[in-house]
Design a protein around this ligand. Structure first.
Ligand code: AMP
Ligand code: MG
Length: 343
């Protein structure tokens, strides 16, 4: 299959929408990461997403809409909870995904057989235009090969999926750079299953109680079922082996300098750069600037692979406040939960 790389023009948006209506797959820009979209109401089209990505069949997809009213219009959920209305009012369009009880129109391929469905109203103008032009909701996971870092540019999508999908629409670099925050309203208490650009602190300003699922910051305990199937996999990982250090800033620098050499890289912060010797360095941004770190994380992981000779990457556990929780969640999965505690 030839994959067309389309510039974001009104004609190409129409073209992308036509491909989607005909059951094809298109990589689309969103504010979080690039998504690999198909018509969410067409089970056969959705099945192609799993094939193109090599995604495990038990990992459900997020359904993207272009208006809050689409939820009822397309029968996506069995009931819209009051909490969903409140969250939508504050955070939609934007990087928040809300899980609700599934409606009849949602094919089993989208929900991976669960009784719930994940819904998001993105704010990227191209994403909204494509959904509107396709006139159906779009199921779209991240547009990477399963397991590799999520794509934040159209070129990343091409690097992973060229020849496997119909087209990619280039809408520039993603502003957030990490996938959406996922919250479930399908249980008694609202619970964050995946942290992202909308923080737990912000959610707690809107809803009285918001829990954080234990799998967000920890490896899932043996024998436990993941509330969000995607969170159980080693994920977001470059080919190089990511090792996380739990330590102070100066312990990090000493450790990396002691263990440096050929094949070693530091995924660090701007302030570390002058003190790191004898290792390749990629900075995520300023220490404590978690928005900047979120924005550059996946790009940085891909850049490290681009060096070709990196075997081990040392990074440091970030804090878990604000967007730090999302950076922590992605890094710990990229590291396959391998953390060295220097304390
Ligand atoms: P991706 O679109 O690749 O960022 O992945 C979507 C994430 O949302 C994965 O971690 C899924 O497991 C999760 N997800 C999607 N639908 C549901 C659902 N109905 N229940 C729980 N988690 C979901
Ligand atoms: Mg993904």
């Amino acid at each position: 299959m030839k994959t067309e790389l389309l510039k974001s023009t009104p004609e190409n948006i129409k073209k992308a929408a036509k491909i989607l209506k005909n059951g094809g797959l298109v990589g689309i820009p969103t504010e979080t990461v690039y998504g690999l979209a198909a018509n969410a109401l067409d089970g056969k089209a959705v099945a192609k997403i799993f094939e193109a990505k090599g995604r495990p069949a038990d990992n459900p997809l997020i359904v993207h809409i272009a208006d809050f009213g689409d939820i009822e219009k397309f029968n996506l959920v069995s009931e819209v909870p009051e909490a969903a209305k409140a969250l939508a009012k504050h955070f939609w369009p934007g990087p928040l995904t809300i899980i609700m009880k599934k409606g009849e129109a949602v094919p089993g391929e989208v929900s991976a057989g669960l009784g719930t469905v994940a819904i998001r109203f993105p704010c990227h103008p191209d994403a909204r235009r494509i959904i509107e032009a396709a006139s159906v909701p779009l199921a779209a996971p991240s547009a990477n090969l399963s397991g590799s870092p999520s794509p934040t540019t159209a070129q990343h999508v091409m690097n992973d999926l060229d020849g496997r999908i119909d087209a990619v629409l280039d809408g520039g670099e993603c502003s957030v750079g990490l996938e959406s925050t996922v919250i479930t309203l399908a249980d008694t208490v609202p619970r964050v299953l995946r942290p992202g650009g909308v923080t737990v602190e912000q959610l707690r300003e809107v809803l009285d109680t918001v829990e954080v699922d234990e799998a967000v910051l920890n490896r899932l305990a043996e024998g436990k079922t993941a509330a969000s199937p995607g969170m159980k996999y080693k994920h977001y990982a470059p080919r190089a082996n990511v090792v996380l250090l739990k330590c102070t800033d100066s312990e990090y620098i000493d450790y990396v300098n002691d263990h440096g050499g050929v094949g070693v890289a530091a995924l660090c912060c701007d302030e570390d750069l002058p003190r790191l010797k004898n290792v390749k360095t990629v900075s995520l941004g300023k220490r404590g600037d978690y928005e900047a770190q979120a924005h550059s994380l996946f790009e940085s992981l891909r850049r490290i692979d681009g060096y070709g000779d990196v075997i081990t990457v040392y990074s440091r556990l970030p804090g878990t406040d604000g967007v730090g929780m999302a950076v922590y969640n992605r890094l710990i999965r990229a590291a396959g939960f391998e953390v060295i505690d220097l304390g």
